[in-house]
Design a protein around this ligand. Structure first.
Ligand code: UD1
Length: 419
């Protein structure tokens, strides 16, 4: 087991390159199943979730090769439609394979993904959409089994704009007979990326990025090569790192439009943010001031930036309120920030943060991916030494984060955890 050790107090300076987006790569890996042949996903990040998805595709009969930063996936020989339970437990993203396998094999069996550290994560909207497209679904003994005699286009109205459900339904609908309309669809940039990938394969989808997506089913799709978008949450994390350490970071390949909600809040808190041709530049200008935040579906403030933003606000001047609207139980980082001297109270979905002058280095534990990176940010500004355990969570979503931070001047090391 590994841990991070950090000595805080260095304003981060320099240029950083963010990797391809995890949340674009995972559904696109699943979508390769839709065409029999070899697809290449360019700039696929080296992350634990990507490795698990690779193993899932291999268990289905695909051949997956790492070629530097690219993933080459040959789905010509897919012969299985059951996702092994142990792999299913390692990443919820395996659920995306439901739509793709139904379209390719006419059936699929997955273990029910269950809850996770940030709260219950039902899949009712995924199943509702697939049922509407003429899949028969049975849920028994912790498994979901879906089968179809032929997918048919339909109108699906999502009760909530779920990212995963929108993607799953899109993947099933591209090979369905007739037209599918998804209303109240999620609008995240990763949905647009999936549309672009599928359309390049030969699908006929329009409207991704708005709340209505129309999909005309096609007979067949062909293998392609595709470059995924840069990770907007990794981008946002470095933006917050610059603002809260009082440094200046240029994120050379960040897409400004994707992080506008984050830029707006950082400016409100007193940081300077510029988005242009050369990337996104963020400069911390002295002590930030508290701001209020509500997490919402895109283009609202991303829930995946909530823990990092809370770490930042814990040392801002004045009081801030964060309302977490997406996940029921996403405040696990609060107890750890309290150990470091933050003053935060939670009440249901609200957290009230009274900014303190500074944090103190402590021994803390990552409870999930974004909570873990929030503690790294807290450690970067804390006085003295912080150690963070359970950093495998961080490795699920950030590639070599300590190396990128070291390049920006941070004193952070990856250590073996003592037995
Ligand atoms: C995706 C992202 C995740 C991000 C989240 C919200 C990927 C791989 N992961 O997760 O990083 O935090 O979007 O931006 O892209 N819900 C239901 N029923 C469903 C599906 C969802 O009630 O069938 C609820 C969930 O419990 C949650 C909310 O909808 O409260 C949002 O979930 P969703 O948008 O589906 O998130 P994911 O696709 O799982």
């Amino acid at each position: 087991m590994e841990r991070f050790a950090i000595i805080g107090g260095v304003p981060l300076q320099g240029t950083v390159h963010v990797n391809g987006a995890k949340n674009a790569t995972l559904p696109i890996m699943a979508a390769t199943v839709l065409a029999a042949g070899r697809c290449t996903i360019c700039d696929a990040p080296y992350l634990r979730d990507v490795t698990v998805m690779t193993r899932i595709l291999e268990s289905l009969g695909a051949e997956v090769r790492r070629e530097g930063r690219n993933l080459s996936i040959d789905t010509g020989q897919i012969d299985n439609w059951e996702i092994p339970e142990n792999l299913m437990r390692e990443t919820r993203s395996s659920i995306f394979l439901m739509g793709a396998l139904l379209a390719r094999k006419g059936k699929v069996r997955v273990a029910y993904p269950g809850g996770c550290n940030i709260g219950p994560r039902p899949i009712d909207l995924h199943l509702k959409g697939l049922r509407a497209l003429n899949a028969q679904i049975t849920e028994r003994h912790g498994y979901v089994y879906a089968e179809t005699k032929g997918l048919r286009g339909a109108e699906v109205h999502l009760d909530f704009p779920s990212v995963g459900a929108t993607e799953n339904i899109m993947m099933a609908a591209v090979r369905a007979r007739g037209t599918t309309i998804i209303r109240n669809a999620a609008k995240e940039p990763e949905i647009v990326d999936l549309q672009n990938f599928l359309n390049k394969m030969g699908a006929r989808i329009r409207g991704a990025g708005t709340d209505t997506i129309k999909i005309d089913g096609v007979e067949s799709l062909g293998p392609i090569s595709y470059t995924v978008i840069p990770d907007r949450i990794e981008t946002g994390t470095f933006m917050v790192a610059a603002a809260m350490t009082g440094g200046e970071i240029l994120i050379e390949n960040g897409i400004f439009e994707h992080v506008e909600p984050i830029a707006a809040k950082l400016r409100e808190a007193g940081a300077e943010v510029e988005g242009g041709e050369t990337g996104i530049r963020v400069r911390g200008t002295g002590r930030l001031v508290g701001v209020d935040i509500k997490t919402l579906p895109y283009p609202g403030y991303p829930t995946d930036m909530q823990p990092q933003t809370m770490a930042m606000l814990s040392i801002a001047k004045g009081t801030s309120v964060i309302i977490e609207n997406i996940f029921a139980n996403r405040f696990k980082h609060v107890d750890e920030l309290l150990r470091m001297g933050a003053q935060i109270k939670t009440e249901g979905r609200a957290a009230i943060i009274r900014g303190v002058e500074g944090l103190t280095g402590s021994a803390v534990e990552a409870s999930d991916l974004r909570a873990g990176v929030a503690l790294i940010l807290a450690g970067l500004v804390a006085e003295g030494k912080t150690t963070i355990d359970n950093i495998y969570h961080v490795d699920r979503g950030y590639e070599a984060i300590e190396k990128k931070l070291q390049k920006l001047g941070a004193q952070i090391w990856r250590l073996e955890e003592p037995a």
